[in-house]
Design a protein around this ligand. Structure first.
Ligand code: PLP
Length: 396
């Protein structure tokens, strides 16, 4: 009899979103007249911008005509989109050749698939609290995981020290769930550490478009010598509302070499074996995000989410609840008031104010005592939630 991958037995039950769904369902069954204010979701609520929709329609029409029809697309991405993305990096002073850019169906797919580049004996470091997929993808592969807790004292932005021993280093900035963003100096410390130790950083830049403080790096390749130690994984999901449309990109420099093996060449080999490329129509829609008009329109949407963040941050400031994030990220990470636990605050907010957030404990044990608000909901719900937070936690 075949033996399935027994590493799956080591996965912890992913009860976070299941528990949230169960608790909210039970609440609504008992309180059918109440409306929930959903600040837990990581999905976007605004539709694709006009520029993208126009490009998608044109691409659909191209597929109806023999002369403009496209069959299989190049596995690593359409040349027009690889060039467009390389040009986007150039505006930030990062020089890439188009064949260092790989078009993908999204960051989640890549975060799992990219592990094919590394031996199963390699260990990986996960800075917690963390996006749960990092741990789970490595548990499935049977890798050793080194958990590095971050905390309020270091602003949820730990820097490396000599005690850390790991081959693959996950860094997510702006961070989900904390919304914290590494400064140039802090990120440079990780880059230097990775180069000194021969590790590889997997830099998750899914929220780079939310950075408004221009002293903060959007890409790890803005740092010195990152091209010899980092892979950047990005997504149009949150940047441009592509959560259901699916498009992302991965950058691997041609100078990323370990043990004489070139990781860019290896990824070309991997993609040409394991994918037949992303749909022509979606890549055309994705390219529209990077035009001047596309950039203006997606940033108009991001401003709406930023306004939600502002509304929530003002309420938290008013009632004196500590938080980080919100300014350069779509998530606000707050310290549960009155020494409540994460789930205790979840139940309290659900029952007293019909607000649904995400308990921090779901992102790693050091998230206990913290709570995440997403700013991707509607402005009406967010404003009402802010009002209720003030009523609940404001001084008499
Ligand atoms: N990385 C982080 C940190 C995320 O929060 C998410 C989605 O929530 C993803 C990656 C996945 O993005 P995608 O929709 O491109 O798969």
């Amino acid at each position: 009899m075949i033996t399935p991958n027994t590493n799956y037995n080591n996965l912890k039950d992913s009860y976070l979103f299941y528990n949230i769904a169960q608790k909210t369902k039970a609440y609504l069954e008992n309180n059918p007249d109440k409306k929930l204010l959903r600040l837990g979701i990581g999905d976007v609520s605004l539709p694709l911008c006009d520029e993208v929709i126009k490009a998608l329609h044109t691409a659909v029409d191209d597929q109806a005509v023999k002369e403009s029809f496209h069959g299989y697309m190049p596995e690593c991405g359409a040349p027009f989109l690889r060039q467009t993305i390389a040009d986007y990096y150039k505006k930030r002073g990062v020089a890439l050749s188009p064949d260092e850019v790989f078009v993908s169906s999204g960051a989640s797919d890549e975060l799992g698939d990219i592990l094919d580049l590394f031996d199963r004996s390699s260990s990986c470091l996960v800075i917690e609290p963390a996006y749960p997929a990092y741990v789970d993808a490595n548990v499935m592969a049977g890798r050793k995981i080194v958990h590095l807790s971050s905390n309020k004292e270091n602003g949820f932005l730990p820097v490396p020290d000599d005690n850390i021993k790991a081959d693959i280093l996950y860094i997510c900035s702006p961070n989900n769930p904390t919304g914290a963003v590494f400064s140039r100096d802090q990120l440079q410390a990780w880059v230097d550490f990775a180069n000194e130790n021969g590790s590889v950083i997997l830099f998750d830049a899914a929220y780079e478009a939310f950075i408004e403080d221009e002293t903060l790096p959007h890409s790890i390749f803005e740092l010195d010598n990152a091209q010899t130690c980092a892979i950047e994984i990005c997504s149009l999901s949150k940047t441009a509302g592509f959560t259901g449309t699916r498009l992302g990109y991965t950058v691997i420099s041609k100078s990323l070499v370990r043990n004489g093996m070139n990781l860019n060449d290896m990824w070309v080999r991997n993609r040409t074996t394991k994918t037949n490329g992303v749909s022509y129509i979606i890549q055309k829609g994705g390219a529209a995000v990077f035009t001047d008009e596309g950039q203006r329109q997606i940033h108009d949407n991001i401003k709406i989410y930023k306004n939600n963040a502002k509304i929530l941050m003002e309420a938290l400031d008013e009632v004196g609840i500590w938080y980080t994030g919100g300014k350069n990220a779509p998530y606000i990470w707050l310290k549960c008031p009155n020494n409540m636990g994460s789930w205790e605050l979840f139940d309290f907010l659900l029952n007293k104010a019909q607000i649904v957030g995400t308990p921090g404990e779901g992102f790693g044990s050091c998230g206990e005592g913290y709570f995440r608000f997403s700013t991707f909901g509607s402005v009406e719900d967010t404003a009402l939630a802010a009002e209720r937070l003030i009523q609940l936690f404001g001084k008499e």
